[in-house]
Design a protein around this ligand. Structure first.
Ligand code: NAI
Length: 301
């Protein structure tokens, strides 16, 4: 097995002041990357600022001979995103790797969610990932190399109670990945999603201690590093990752059935009659793009 190294690679990790992001930043640096540790600090709900969050991680990296700079901008604005990427370019000359990891939580059940809860979560997770990806993508496209990882979640992919804002945001990151991977393919820009489960301040009150002890953030970093490695060819894929479990998960399209001939009307009763096959996932598979779904319509279109 070849060593996975990041010598001469520049990595931006957003939300790297704690939890998973800190772990990625340390691991990238250990393997030779120069790292932008982005984090404005602040509480789990996104309130407040604290430069110490990013500074501490930079100090941890430099104490062991690694190279890192702090960035205190919020990802959640165009200006913030540009500043984060500018920090990488000014400190280290370029950006090769971006891990969109920054996140906050404002969990409430459907009827209790406020507009502010919705906007705050969307702004950090979705707008934030876009705001950093766009200027990073510009640099990566120019040089013909880039590795981007978005952080989705099992709650987004499979559902959970009381997190409509977070769940919608996390699925939007899959959409952003589809777009970045498709537009980046020609320029060797790969983009994937991870759905981690790990002990952090985000999960410390959600699971029992014995479980949390096994869900080390250190178990997620190897997947992120592999996806960001030079030899990886993987793009536009989603991976579950928890406590040493690694698995691919996908949005699938099944064969289904064609009713009618594209000309005559279709009655809801015909949909009812064909429901077993319409709702079946038999032979379901991931599609490379929306255009591929038209292949199921041959004979009609
Ligand atoms: P965490 O709360 O320890 O880390 C999130 C970091 O993002 C914090 O350091 C925070 O200051 C930073 N952040 C918040 N708003 C920011 C902003 N506007 N700009 C830049 N940074 C900002 O939580 P954890 O668990 O490490 O989460 C990391 C990512 O993984 C998040 O996107 C989270 O949604 C996701 N995730 C975590 C899971 C878990 O089991 N821990 C499960 C599924 C997804």
């Amino acid at each position: 097995m070849n060593d996975i190294r990041f010598d001469n690679r520049i990595a931006i990790v957003t939300g790297a002041g704690s939890g998973l992001g800190r772990c990625y930043a340390l691991e990238f640096a250990k393997r030779g990357a120069r790292v932008v540790v982005n984090d404005p600090g602040g509480a789990l709900d996104g309130s407040g600022n604290n430069a110490a969050a990013a500074d501490k991680v930079v100090a941890e990296i430099t104490a062991t001979g690694g190279k890192a700079v702090a960035s205190y901008d919020s990802v959640a604005s165009v200006e913030g995103g540009k500043n984060i990427v500018r920090t990488a370019v000014e400190a280290f000359g370029t950006v090769d790797i971006l891990v969109n990891n920054a996140g906050i939580l404002r969990d409430k059940s459907m009827l209790k969610l406020t507009e502010d809860d919705w906007d705050a979560v969307m702004n950090v997770h979705v707008k934030g990932a876009f705001c950093v990806t766009q200027p990073a993508f510009a640099v990566m496209k120019e040089k013909g190399y880039g590795r981007i990882v978005n952080t989705t979640s099992g709650a987004g992919l499979y559902g959970n109670f009381g997190q409509a804002n977070y769940i919608a945001a996390k699925m939007a990151l899959v959409g952003l990945m589809n777009s970045v991977a498709t537009e980046g393919a020609k320029s060797n820009i790969l983009c994937n999603c991870i759905a981690p489960v790990a002990a952090s301040r985000m999960t410390e009150n959600l699971m029992p201690q014995e479980m949390l002890a096994k869900l080390k953030p250190e178990f997620i970093a190897p997947l992120v590093l592999y996806l960001c490695s030079e030899n990886s060819k993987t793009s536009k894929m989603i991976f579950n990752c928890a406590a040493g479990w690694f698995s691919r998960t996908e949005v699938l399209c099944a064969q289904g059935t064609v009713i009618g001939d594209g000309k005559r009307d279709i009655a809801p009763e015909e949909v009812a009659d064909a429901w077993d096959i319409i709702a079946s996932l038999e032979n379901a598979r991931p599609l490379s793009s929306v255009v591929e779904s038209f292949s199921y319509l041959s004979g009609v279109l």
